[in-house]
Design a protein around this ligand. Sequence first.
Ligand SMILES: *[C@@H]1O[C@H](CO)[C@@H](O)[C@H](O)[C@H]1NC(C)=O
Ligand SMILES: *[C@@H]1O[C@H](CO)[C@@H](O)[C@H](O)[C@H]1NC(C)=O
Ligand SMILES: *[C@@H]1O[C@H](CO)[C@@H](O)[C@H](O)[C@H]1NC(C)=O
Length: 447
Amino acid sequence: MAPFQALAVAAVLLPLLLQCGAAVTEVSCANMVPMKWRREVISITDFGAVGDGKTLNTWPFKKAIYRIQHMRKRGGTLLYIPPGVWLTGSFSLTSHMTLYLARGAVIKATQNTWNWPLVDPLPSYGRGRELPGKRYMSFIQGDGVSDVIITGENGTIDGQGEVWWNMWRQRSLRFTRPNLLEFKDSKDILISNVVFQNSPFWNIHPVYCSNVVIKYVTVLAPYDSPNTDGIDPDSSSNVCIEDAHISTGDDLVAIKSGWDEYGIAYGRPSSGITIRRVSGSTPFAGIAIGSETSGGIEDIFVENINLYNTGFGIHIKTNVGRGGYIRNVTITNVSMNKVRKGIRIAGDVGDHPDEYFNRLAIPSVDRVTIKNVWGVDVQQPGTIEGIRSSPFTRICLSNVKLWGASSQAEQQWQCMDVSGAALGVRPWPCSELTGSTFSAGFCTSAL
Ligand SMILES: *[C@@H]1O[C@H](CO)[C@@H](O)[C@H](O)[C@H]1NC(C)=O
Ligand SMILES: *[C@@H]1O[C@H](CO)[C@@H](O)[C@H](O)[C@H]1NC(C)=O
Ligand SMILES: *[C@@H]1O[C@H](CO)[C@@H](O)[C@H](O)[C@H]1NC(C)=O
C-alpha cells in the first residue's frame, strides 16, 4: 500500500462529512449524485509523472486512466494528484473514476497548441462553434462515461488559455478553441471543490448529459478573455450548479441546446436545471439562457444569485432560425451591484452556423418568471424584445427593484412583442406588462 493512500482516504472523507453537515441546514441537490468512496487509490506519480511544472505528463495521465479503464476495479478507482504542477496535454477520463486534486495540486495545460488533437463537431452544432469544421479536443474530456467524480481539496485545473485568446485576437485560429472540461453523452457526474482557471474557451461544458452536479467550484478567467463562459449545460437534463463563484470574460452560467438547423435536427432539450448560490462578475451575463435554444430549454430554476460588475444580470436570448423554445423558467432572489442592464429578454441575439438556417424556425418563449430582484447602480433596468411573429408570452416580473446610480435620471424599461404581468416593479415597467389582467394566475405576488 502506498503511503499516500491513507492521506487520500482521509481527504476524501473530509469533504464528504462537511457536505453532509451542510445539507442539514441548506437546500441542496447534491444527493442527486452523491460523493462516493473508491476502493482503489492510485497516484499519478506511480506512472512516472513529475510535478515540476516543466515535464510534460500526457503519457502518465493516459497510462493511469488506461489502467483504470481496463482493470475495472469493483467500486472504481481514485486517481490522486499530489501537490505540484502537473503539465500535460489533453486527456480523456473513463467511467467509475475519481480525479482527486490535493491542496496545491495544479493540472496545467501545455501551451503547445500545434499538435493539439481535433475531435468531430457536436451534431447539434453541425460545425465548431467559432469556425467551420472540427474543433480542438477539450483539455479534459469524458465521452460516453458514467460515475465520474472530479474533486479534492480545491486544487486547480489551469487551461493557460492566453495563447489561445491571443490566436483569437490575431485571427490566426484554425479551429474552434478547446473547452477546459467537457462531458459528452455522460451521466452521474460530480464536480466539487476544484478551481478552474484560464480556460481557452468555455470552462465547463456538459453536453448530452444527465445527472450532473457541480458544486463548491471556483471558475476564474480575466474580464477581457474572449468566450470564457463559466458553466454551459447544453442539451442536458438534471443538472445542478450550486455554491459556485464564477468570474470570467463571458456568461457565468449559460444554458444552451444546440444551434439552428443542426440543433433542431438533433432535438435534444436542456431540462431540469437548478442553479443556486452563485456569485461573480463578467462583462456579459450573470445568468444566461441561450442564445442556442434549438433543442428547447425548459424547467429551469435559479435562486440566490449575487452579481457585481456585470454587463447583463439576467439575459434570456434566442433568434429567428433557432427554433425550439424557452419555457417554465423561474429566477428568484438575485442581487446586482453595478450592472449595465438588469434584465434582457431578446429574440434577435446570436449568429448563425451558415446560410442554410431556416428563417421560419421561430423560437417560442413562454412562462418566464423573474422575481425578488434587487439591483443598485443599474444603468438600465431592462428590455424585453420578442419576435413579431411569435411574441413572448406569460412573462412575469414580480418584486423587481432596479435602482440607477444616484446621479442618474431614472431609466425606462423598453418592451415590444411581449405579453405578461408585473407586480411591484420599480422603475415602473412597460405597458405591455402592466396592461394585462392584473389577476394573471401565472404571476402572483412573490413570497
Ligand atoms: C473549497 O472552496 C470552497 C469554496 O468554493 C469552500 O467552500 C470549501 O470549504 C473549500 N474546500 C476545502 C477542502 O478547502
Ligand atoms: C416547471 O419547472 C419546475 C422546475 O423548476 C418543475 O418543478 C415544474 O414541475 C415545472 N412545471 C411544469 C408545469 O412543467
Ligand atoms: C437570497 O440570496 C442571498 C445570496 O445572494 C442569500 O444570502 C439570502 O439568504 C437569500 N434570501 C432568501 C430569502 O433566500
